[in-house]
Design a protein. Structure first.
Length: 377
């Protein structure tokens, strides 16, 4: 059974494992304190999902907001990176304790995992996270995940928990992601404009869909916005994972949104192999190869990337690094693992495969990126 409607995200047959993202503005009130009644109702919904046989992973914001309140910091702790790191250090303890206490009331065990971007960009650490999540779920725990803001710098941050939720869903092999937001889905323009209409179903992230997004968070507490949610939908979709956005503000928001038929569902393109799902969700590239129209057509037909179709190499990368494949119009066509260092790759630009040995002075590899190590976007 495939996910085809938002209601399917709560069906344990269609969606055995759901990643649920909770934003700062929902979890923490304007006074900097947890919204206790709202949280209790949400945890009751999660407990009900567990009771009907569905596993749930929670991606929870709120550590910086909670810590800033306790430390008396201005701007919710987001004025400077150092403030955010300090606030997160205090808030992570409070946040973990809050979830643990609420789940314990339903006989469930909460488990905290703190992640940085590098934890999911590095293949070995990604697999370690996958193993940990799998073991926790098998043991009956509810993983509660947050970005490790106390150590993350601007260079190694997700920057929002929407994309983190999508990457966690990939790592855990989830079937769906549900983002609880301060808006009831994607609108065809700024929802504050007259005539704005909600888009209930999206099949693939296109330039037209991206143009509908409004950047930034209206609450001032969070770090995301509709743009980050669309990026999360794209990451999830590349791994064959459906993603929904619903209004998280009402009490018991999941049942309320699904009962009213509100929200937006982003359908995936089809399930991909685990390695290709990881490649598709990568957020940082080491470099890029730019290709001509002929090579672009060959890739679309399922071929590996050969040097004859490469017109330029940018960035510094080593064999095995993840790089982008840029088409003749400047669009990103694919991502994959480089078979050559950037220096050797540059030497091969425009040359056919039979020339490789003479150019490099060693037995060459068959492609710049092999099709088995590449995902088309």
């Amino acid at each position: 059974m495939k996910i085809s409607a938002l209601n399917d995200l709560t069906d344990p047959v269609a969606c055995p494992l759901l990643v649920l993202k909770v934003g700062s503005a929902l979890l923490v009130g304007t006074d900097g304190e947890p919204r206790g009644q709202w949280l209790s109702a949400l945890v009751a919904e999660i407990a009900a999902a567990r009771a009907r046989g569905q596993q749930v992973i929670v991606v929870s914001s709120g550590a910086i907001a909670l810590g800033a309140r306790r430390l008396g910091m201005e701007k919710g702790g987001r004025g400077r990176l150092a403030d955010a790191q300090a606030a997160a250090s205090v808030g992570q303890i409070a946040l973990a304790g809050l979830w643990a206490e609420l789940f314990a009331g339903h006989g469930l065990i909460a488990a905290q995992i703190l992640l940085t971007l590098d934890d999911l960009e590095d293949r070995r650490r990604y697999l370690n996270a996958t193993a940990t999540l799998g073991r926790l779920l098998a043991a009956g725990a509810v993983p509660v995940i947050n970005e490790n803001d106390s150590v993350a710098t601007n260079e190694i941050r997700f920057g929002d928990n929407d994309r983190l939720a999508a990457r966690v869903a990939q790592a855990a092999g989830a079937n769906g992601v549900l983002l609880l937001s301060d808006i009831d889905g994607l609108y065809d323009r700024d929802p504050r404009e007259a005539g704005a209409a909600r888009v209930p179903l999206v099949r693939g992230i296109t330039a037209e869909i991206l143009a509908m997004a409004t950047p930034g968070s209206s609450s001032g507490l969070g770090s995301g916005g509709m743009t980050s949610k669309l990026q999360a939908a794209e990451i999830a979709g590349l791994a064959g994972i459906a993603l929904g956005i619903v209004d998280g503000r009402p009490e018991a928001p999941i049942g309320r949104a699904l009962g009213e038929g509100s929200g937006t569902l982003f359908l995936p393109r089809g399930r991909k192999q685990a390695r290709k799902a990881w490649l598709g969700g990568r957020m940082r590239m080491k470099g890029a190869v730019h290709i001509d129209a002929g090579a672009a057509k060959a890739l679309a037909g399922g071929s590996s990337l050969l040097s004859a179709g490469v017109v330029e190499v940018t960035g510094q990368f080593r064999r095995g690094d993840v790089i982008s494949v840029i088409g003749p119009k400047g669009e990103t066509l694919a991502r994959g693992l480089a078979e050559y260092d950037s220096g050797d790759c540059a030497k091969l630009v425009g040359h056919s495969t039979h020339r490789h040995a003479a150019i490099l002075g060693y037995t060459p590899r068959s492609a710049i990126i092999h099709r088995d190590q590449m995902v088309l976007l």
